[in-house]
Write a protein that binds this ligand. Structure first.
Ligand SMILES: [Zn+2]
Ligand SMILES: [Zn+2]
Length: 469
């Protein structure tokens, strides 16, 4: 329920900062364009449908690289929400798109109208206008613009998997704005724009005073980490958990793992400052994967047993020692069985990092280690990206077919944004989730490329663009 306090706070923010509010499609509140946004040129022509508003966005068009362009908004349609973005995280999965030029398109084809989208995976802002059919969000609400739709009506949403929602927000609406040289901007999940227009299923209204930069980490990276530890295969109380990777996904997973009551939390991460932060956030052990060796195992004379490892891996051996029971007497509950949960939050390198790289830039080794490491009745989960498209994970067929191990793959950690964001935020408000520690550096819209560069370098935990500063 919307509290009077948070409602008045968010509406004040709109009046002060955005300087304009209107409800699309009908006669409604239309406020004078004053304040910061007006000085920056965001609202210029105001109508009830928001047609003609000028704003800037970091846009991917047919050009080799995305860049900041000036756009003019089209009229809002029925289920669209327009919000003024305050913060957007630079997801690592977009760094190639931003930093590596695309191959030029064929010159033999006639030039098509430029279909463009803003870059990015979600944002946080304040609603300035809604279409007449919007039911979940009002002008003045704070919203988190999400990476995937959460329509609540498609097959996958009805089966409780809104992380796999079949409605793609950008594909269900026409152009939302026009740019230079015939460019047409289509709706996307991006927060890298002064104004964002999306269908309402791409937003989650939130009623909180948590700073926008911290909230912006929830969509995609932070939600992915929290979800991997709490949604589809939740970490069990008193269990031992291994987390590969201490970027924003891994450090979010670490915090959720701690909240779920894990006993040992072992974080594997090549970058020193990330290991140190992991320790501050609750890791009981931190390990540098570059200190260990992995090589194919020589086939024993009697052949590989069904469960036997195919690699000599000193990292996995060390972790198994760390989580081993204090006795090897099986009928006394002992053994060297491995951790109950393994969370993989590494993925493949999109570009070479400046900070210390891990042992395998493809990310495939970590996927295999995650499978190999978890106990025979354990669970391994991953939601990472960036592995080469022609690379394969190898798992012995005998283990894959006749085993009690769970391998769980999900998008964004399986988080159901509309269900889970409010509870994640409550934990932030009560000091049990520390996302402040994960906000590395903020950048204005004009420095979006640098924000992605620093993200790619891994020189800070996260980088956040604040489009209207
Ligand atoms: Zn993302
Ligand atoms: Zn859906």
């Amino acid at each position: 329920m919307e509290s009077k306090k948070s409602s008045s706070l968010s509406r004040r923010r709109v009046l002060k900062a955005a300087g304009a509010a209107a409800v699309g499609g009908g006669a409604s509140a239309l406020l004078t364009a004053t304040g910061v946004a007006a000085q920056q040129g965001a609202p210029s022509v105001l109508t009830n449908t928001q047609a003609g508003r000028k704003y800037r966005a970091f846009v991917q068009s047919s050009a080799p690289l995305p860049g900041v362009v000036e756009l003019t908004s089209r009229a809002l349609t029925g289920r669209q929400v327009m919000y003024r973005a305050e913060a957007a995280q630079t997801c690592y999965s977009s760094v190639r798109q931003v930093l590596v030029p695309r191959q030029p398109q064929s010159t033999t084809q006639p030039a098509a109208p430029q279909r463009a989208t803003a870059v990015g995976h979600g944002g946080v802002g304040v609603v300035v206008a809604v279409g007449p059919q919007v039911v979940s969000t009002r002008v003045g609400d704070r919203v988190i613009g999400i990476l995937h739709s959460a329509c609540g009506r498609c097959h996958n949403c009805l089966w409780g998997r809104s992380d796999q929602c079949l409605v793609r927000g950008g594909e269900t609406t026409g152009p939302i704005a026009d740019g230079p040289n015939g460019m047409m901007l289509y709706s996307s999940s991006s927060g890298m724009a002064e104004l964002i227009t999306v269908n309402e299923e791409m937003t989650v209204p939130v009623f909180t005073d948590v700073p926008s930069a911290e909230l912006s980490l929830l969509t995609c990276v932070g939600g992915a980490g929290l979800g991997m530890a709490t949604t589809n295969i939740p970490v069990q109380f008193g269990s031992d958990v291994v987390i590969f990777g201490a970027g924003p996904v891994g450090l979010s997973a670490l915090q959720a793992t701690k909240l779920k009551g894990a006993a040992k939390i072992i974080v594997v991460e090549p970058i020193r400052y990330r290991r140190e932060l992991a320790q501050k956030l609750g890791a009981t052990h931190v390990l540098d994967p570059n200190q260990y060796k992995r090589s194919p195992k020589v086939r024993p004379a009697g052949g590989f047993g069904r469960d036997s490892a195919r690699f000599d891996d000193t990292l996995l051996d060390h972790i198994r020692d760390l989580v081993a029971q204090k006795t090897d007497r099986v009928w006394a509950g002992g053994g060297r069985v491995g951790p109950e949960h393994v969370i993989e939050a590494v993925g493949g390198d999109q570009v070479p990092p400046k900070e210390t790289p891990g042992p395998d830039p493809t990310g495939i080794t970590t996927l295999m280690q995650s499978w190999e490491l978890c106990s025979r009745i354990g669970s391994a989960i991953s939601c990472t990206i960036g592995q080469p498209e022609d690379a394969f994970v190898q798992i012995p067929g005998s283990q894959f077919g006749d085993s009690a191990k769970h391998w769980w793959v999900c998008t964004a950690g399986g988080t159901n944004d509309r269900r889970d964001f409010p509870r994640y935020i409550k934990l932030m408000e009560t000091g049990q989730l520390n996302f402040k520690a994960l906000v590395g550096k903020t950048y204005p819209l004009t420095q979006t490329k640098q924000a992605y560069q620093d993200c790619a370098d891994r020189s800070v935990i996260t980088t956040v663009v604040t489009p209207n500063t």
